[in-house]
Design a protein around this ligand. Structure first.
Ligand code: PMP
Length: 399
């Protein structure tokens, strides 16, 4: 017997496992549509010009690296609030939003989950079926029981909206409902504004606790348009959690830049909530890291850098949408008997392509094209060099 002899081998992360298999594949024509990162037309993760500029200025300034405040950089937290809730938000003016810098969107979810566990230990958490694979593990890890609410309907490539509402209406008060504010991962299928209005109404009426996860703001229809759901909840005055991430929108994946924002009912509540969030952070990692936060803050708070970044974000958004329509057209041209038009209507980096696990296996084995077994493909990994091969391969496996 040793200290670790009873330790079982934990299951491998399925997507990271897919990456290992991709890296080991010797075929030069291989394409990785599995991972959740944006690559440019050259197939590389871009370093945005605005980021590069801000980094140069930061190096030139040779600033010392003291500890940040527990809640992070004040100018960063304020910029996050404006991006999410709008420059003119009445809630911001009334000090009804608390924002803390977090280690990416994941870190924001974790701080929020830990705080919620102290607040309401017996609450149940509901996540969409399907959802980002880390949602369940993260909330279970924080000690919650997690259930799925109906979301994706494969027959229509849409949302099982009536079933979703029925589920929400059946939940006990205090149930935490995790919602993808835009660019749903993994399906790419979002609620319409009308549907969001109904969700807000039911959440408010039933006393549910909305936890909005927004990891792709700016990748759907634009920065403000993608925040519509967040703002609908804010307008309704509902106490809410929002985890946000700049990993994709600034292409700063490894810098871990995100934030947790909480909408409260008063400035006084905000003070109390902030004090508790600081306790959660202090006992986890004490204070957030400097570099990514400083870069994002410098860009969001400087009009020239911000304009440059918004343009680059727009380029990424447009490129993804072009890849969507292009894939649909190329599949049609390749004689695919199925209509893939729904792919153009989806938003964000991902698409539930409708491919079966067997078809995904064939794509990998016969063509060196890697996708997740659920049929999720990362549209942001398509480019003008690989899209013809991908369309031809998909057409071949579906017939
Ligand atoms: N939420 C969702 C829905 C995501 O897709 C992701 C990342 N893929 C995250 C949160 C986490 O983002 P981050 O990498 O910033 O931790």
């Amino acid at each position: 017997m040793t200290l670790f002899s009873a330790v079982e081998l934990a299951p491998r992360d399925p997507i990271l496992g897919l990456n290992d298999a991709f890296n080991a594949d010797a075929r030069p024509s291989k394409v990785n549509l599995g991972v959740g990162v944006y690559t440019n037309d050259a197939g590389r993760i871009p370093l945005l010009r605005a980021v590069s500029e801000a980094e140069k200025a930061r190096v030139a300034a040779a600033t010392p690296r003291g500890y940040l405040p527990i809640e992070g950089i004040a100018a960063y937290d304020q910029a996050v609030q404006s991006m999410l809730f709008g420059n003119d938000s009445a809630l911001i003016k009334a000090h009804r939003i608390v924002t803390v810098q977090a280690l990416g969107g994941t870190g924001a979810l974790k701080i929020g989950a830990d705080f919620l566990k102290r607040l309401n230990p017996s609450a149940q958490v509901a996540i969409s079926d399907p959802s980002w694979e880390n949602h369940r593990a993260l909330f279970e890890g924080a000690g919650f029981a997690v259930v799925n609410y109906p979301y994706y309907e494969s027959a229509t490539h849409g949302v099982a909206f009536d079933a979703l509402i029925a589920a929400f209406e059946s939940y006990a008060r205090g149930t935490i409902v995790v919602l993808h504010a835009c660019c749903h991962n993994p399906t790419g299928v979002d609620l319409t504004t009308e549907q969001w209005r109904k969700v807000v109404e039911v959440v408010a009426a039933r006393g549910l606790v909305p936890f909005l996860d927004i990891a792709y703001q700016g990748f759907g229809d634009g920065i403000d348009a993608d925040a519509a759901a967040v703002r609908l909840f804010a307008d309704a005055g509902v106490s809410a959690f929002v985890s946000s991430s700049f990993s994709k929108s600034f292409s700063l994946y490894g810098e871990r830049v995100g934030a947790l924002s909480i909408v409260t009912q008063s400035a006084d509540e905000s003070k109390h909530v902030l004090s508790q969030l600081k306790r959660v952070i202090r006992t986890n990692y004490s204070t957030p890291p400097t570099h990514g936060g400083m870069i994002v803050s410098a860009i969001l708070n400087d009009s020239a850098l911000r304009a440059m970044w918004e343009e680059e974000l727009g380029e990424m958004r447009t490129r993804i949408r072009t890849m969507r329509t292009s894939l649909v057209e190329k599949l049609r041209a390749a004689g695919a008997r199925r209509d893939f038009g729904f792919v153009s209507a989806q938003r964000g980096m991902f698409s539930y392509s409708g491919l079966s696990a067997q078809q995904v296996d064939r794509l990998r084995e016969e063509f060196g094209i890697y996708a997740v077994g659920t049929g999720r493909i990362c549209v942001a990994a398509l480019n003008t060099r690989n899209i013809d091969a991908v369309a031809a391969a998909i057409a071949a496996v579906i017939d």
